[in-house]
Design a protein around this ligand. Structure first.
Ligand SMILES: C[S@@+](CC[C@H](N)C(=O)[O-])C[C@H]1O[C@@H](n2cnc3c(N)ncnc32)[C@H](O)[C@@H]1O
Length: 323
């Protein structure tokens, strides 16, 4: 059965009339470029809207070339069984250009309800609507105002998002509220590893760079990426890799897949460096803290720790919503 759509503010059901979804009080939400827009289109995630529409295909898996990092990460973190997901209603929050939406839709027969607060949903629709037909339901909406009743979903996942929301615990609570009792919630997030977590160029420069006009920041990254990549590589060759944390460029050796060509590596480096500096919020958390947030907000934690895939690791918490 499909999930009912509601106006998140007054909880009234939404019905499709013409090209708008309308509640009984007459509030309208338009379908724009294939996506139901619940939120104001301009908000603190505009940087993500820009980055995911510019780099809409960059991080998508291309299985024919052996590019499968998103698939490996998704299943390493969720441990979900593809057969078990057939016909289930699954919620994804903060889908960006849809790299994990694509994995879900291609590997399972689940119905995916996918939300992002930014116009990244436009890129996701273009990337994934043709593979899934009506199994993909996309919404531009905030994690705090999603257009579904509570207790609607068999599974909920939220990867690479929570640190970029203004209130980490309220976001965890929102995810748990949408799962059915007995439903599973899986999140990953930037971990706090120690006092040194924020002792690097990213956290030193972010307060300034995030205020830059996004187009100007993107241009700065594009102009400087080549020499930054060269210095990064040189420091590694000189066995001075420890110093790369003070370079204003993404950690290429530590975070980019090895199978990328030189040109692809450059493209990923621009995307990820912009993604380092532009978000309004960037709040890493300790795994213990996130575990407590799950427990306080109605879910029993089944796993809290690092999951490993393709030489990378991610901080993951999984939980089951209490009855
Ligand atoms: C770093 S991107 C990750 C995208 C995708 N999960 C991936 O890993 O490729 C973070 C995403 O979270 C979204 N986001 C941030 N705050 C949000 C909120 N309050 N509600 C829903 N999405 C949000 C952003 O728009 C952005 O697309």
């Amino acid at each position: 059965m499909s999930v009912k759509l509601i106006n998140p503010k007054n909880k009234q059901p939404l019905k499709l009339i013409g090209t708008d979804f309308v509640d009984v009080s007459g509030n309208k939400f338009p379908l724009v470029r294939g996506v139901l827009r619940i939120s104001h289109q301009d908000n603190y995630t505009d940087n993500f809207g820009m980055q995911w529409n510019k780099f809409d295909k960059t991080q998508l898996d291309r299985e024919e070339l052996g590019h499968n990092l998103s698939n490996k990460r998704f299943f390493a973190e969720t441990k979900w069984d593809t057969q078990d997901l057939a016909g289930k209603n699954v919620l994804e929050v903060g889908s960006g250009a849809g790299r994990f939406s694509k994995v879900m839709l291609e590997s399972t027969l689940a119905n995916l309800y996918s939300v992002d607060y930014s116009d990244a949903v436009t890129a996701n629709f273009q990337n994934n609507s043709s593979i899934a037909g009506d199994r993909l339901n996309l919404f531009q909406a905030s994690i705090y105002e999603m257009p579904f009743p509570d207790n609607s979903f068999d599974k909920v996942f939220c990867l690479g998002v929570l640190q970029h929301t203004p209130n980490f615990e309220a976001s965890v609570s929102a995810l748990i509220s949408k799962a059915k009792p007995g439903g599973e919630i899986v999140v990953d997030f930037y971990p706090i590893n120690g006092w040194w977590t924020k002792f690097n160029a990213k956290y030193m420069l972010r307060p300034v760079f995030k205020r830059f006009d996004h187009h100007r920041l993107m241009q700065m990254v594009e102009t400087n990426i080549d020499w930054l990549m060269k210095v990064e590589s040189l420091l590694h060759k000189l066995r001075l890799g420890v110093l790369t944390r003070f370079l204003p460029v993404v950690d290429i050796q530590g975070t980019l897949p090895k199978y990328l060509s030189k040109a692809e590596q450059r493209e990923w480096a621009i995307l990820d460096t912009f993604d380092m500096f532009s978000p309004e919020y960037d709040s890493p958390q300790s795994i213990n803290n996130v575990t407590s947030m799950f427990e306080r907000n109605g879910a029993d934690v089944t796993f809290a720790g690092f999951e490993y895939f393709e030489g990378f690791s991610a901080a993951v918490v999984r939980g089951i919503k209490r009855a």
